[in-house]
Design a protein around this ligand. Sequence first.
Ligand code: NOJ
Length: 544
Amino acid sequence: MQKQWWHDSVVYQIYPRSFYDSNSDGIGDLKGVISKLDYLKLLGIDVIWLSPVYQSPMDDNGYDISDYCAIAQEFGTMEDMQELLDQANDRNIKVVMDLVVNHTSDEHPWFLEAQKSKDNPYRDYYIWKDEPPKKGDINYFESVFGGPAWEFDANTGQYFFHLFSKRQPDLNWENPKVAEEVHKMMNWWIDKGIGGFRLDVIDLIGKQIDKGISGNGPRLHPLLQQMNKQTFGDKALLTVGETWDATPEIAKLYSDPKRDELSMVFQFEHITLTWEHGDKWNPKALDLSALKRVLTKWQVELGNEGWNSLFWNNHDLPRIVSKFGDDKNYRVESAKMLATSLHMLKGTPYIYQGEEIGMTNVAFDTLDKYRDIETLNFYKVKTESGVSHEHMLAAIHENSRDNARTPMQWTCEDNAGFTQGTPWIDLNPNYNQINVADALNDTDSVFYHYQALIKLRKQYPVIVYGDFVPLFEDHPSLFAYVRQDSDHQLLIVSNFGGEECVVELPKQYCEKAVTTLLSNYTPRSTIGGSLMLLPYESFVVELS
Ligand code: NOJ
């Protein structure tokens, strides 16, 4: 596979609202991000993925855009944005913008125009129907945030389509003018010197509602090829598509370099394993063997015909140390183990703000402390359909998107040093024990573990391009694999369990001398035939 700069890059996701507030209004902002660039440089990341900062009524915290070429007042100004790009560039950090083009805000001028009359030139930028389809009809859809996907527009007497909130009308990608406008806007941002795009729910733009198709529609890949050609195709930008239902075969369609679409995709097969029947409000325990199967499948099947992204966390997901680790008894050990087991795989790793210090889920005791539209909508939908308050609160503690959105914990001072004002959402009360200042003072912290993982990726091309060989595939608590090329052989073993365990290492590996490259317990100088792993122990050794 031809080498690309994003192959050995590590991306850090910033959810600006919760990152750092520079002007004491309780909301994180661009100046706040700028002031933390040196911190990110110290961590060693190459790229920032910035969640939306565009002008927006903030119905979905900025994923509802009313002007793609303006910055929301609460985040700052376009000058601040340019300053961020320049200052990041000075530090060799690229900034990837979030591109939300499946839908706009209902306050976007296109939609305001479209609503004026049925023959308005912008009417066809959105999707309209005289009658909303009924349950059971092939073209009946529910909104991802709960409730029907069609909303009545009193002014024109028709219904418009929205797969997310009713304040996020879906754009009509069947209309070539939509693509034209979006390409123009993308080029405007490219000219500013951005590092690429993260394409929000991009799998939905080829939808064919009347055939009952929302994701992976027949027009999706032609539209992406056209976008590539008209915008970033010849510019060496990182483009990552959010593609919920991708299989390895589908991921190849997006990311095979020969097809001229995207650099890579986010797929969520490992995430939805703990959702009963695909329902996040019905959480279930992790089946480690299923997780191992999924991670292994993606490593093996993507081969050289596509590129994977590696992530445990983002602004929509619960904190991984609370989910797959033990945030009570082994928080530091399990956070490091999860980091190692992911970052040694093939693909581009993503770190979500706070993951690098082992931030945990929050459990607010009352619903009024939650801010997320999805959480609040579903609470209503589910309790109205008979689910108990207790069930929903427990599910929210497990899987609410607000788990990832409590403010970044910088210090043990008031509001974790995030703001001098009143934060827009409460903090996780554990910021006394978990914060950046303490992490930086402790050479054994989760932060320095992530820093070491990033350094390793730069030092060892085998981590970026080497073959992947799974080990102990049937073991109930170990996830282990070898990465190898003609120069190096690395053995990575992670215990996902809170108990010690002993395994017999295959002969070809235990006869070799080892150098420990990274470990969350005492480094090993030898590896015998029989290997004892401590709770959540994880290590990377080089075999020679
Ligand atoms: C996916 C984003 O990650 C999420 O935060 C948002 O609510 C939806 N897309 C709608 O834009």
